[in-house]
Design a protein around this ligand. Structure first.
Ligand SMILES: [Cu+2]
Length: 136
């Protein structure tokens, strides 16, 4: 019993010290598109059909990857961090769901060619938008 308590406390302490670090522990090799203050970097990214894109929160605040439903390529499936199947559902869930925390990643595999526009729910007004181009 005592040991469990000690371990739980130690885990709590290490979480606090990590949160105190500047930035996240992600390295640029762990993701394709970074998420920083009010920006996806790079804002435009190109892959081929069947490729996965990995977004990584390299900043210090939670972000989302949320597709704009309008203009999705025909036959493409909707995508959003948190796994929502519509833009409305993703918007409704925020801020209780869909967040990608600093140091976390989100991945989506693109099966249909075309251009996909997406945004970050809390930072849309700050201009945090991006696009993925999927080539045949
Ligand atoms: Cu954001």
């Amino acid at each position: 019993m005592k040991r469990r308590t000690f371990l739980a406390t130690a885990a709590g302490l290490s979480t606090v010290s990590l949160a105190g670090c500047i930035g996240s522990s992600l390295s640029a090799s762990q993701y394709d598109v970074g998420m920083e203050t009010n920006a996806f970097r790079p804002e435009q990214y190109t892959v081929e059909v069947g490729d996965a894109v990995v977004w990584g929160n390299s900043g210090s605040r939670p972000h989302t990857v949320t597709a704009f439903q309008d203009g999705l390529p025909e036959g493409a499936s909707y995508f959003a961090s948190g796994g929502y199947d519509s833009q409305q559902a993703a918007d409704d869930a925020w801020p209780n769901g869909g967040g990608i925390q600093p140091g976390e990643t989100y991945e989506h595999v693109f099966e249909v060619a075309g251009t996909y526009n997406y945004y970050c729910i809390p930072h849309l007004r700050g201009g945090m938008v991006g696009s993925i181009t999927v080539e045949e």
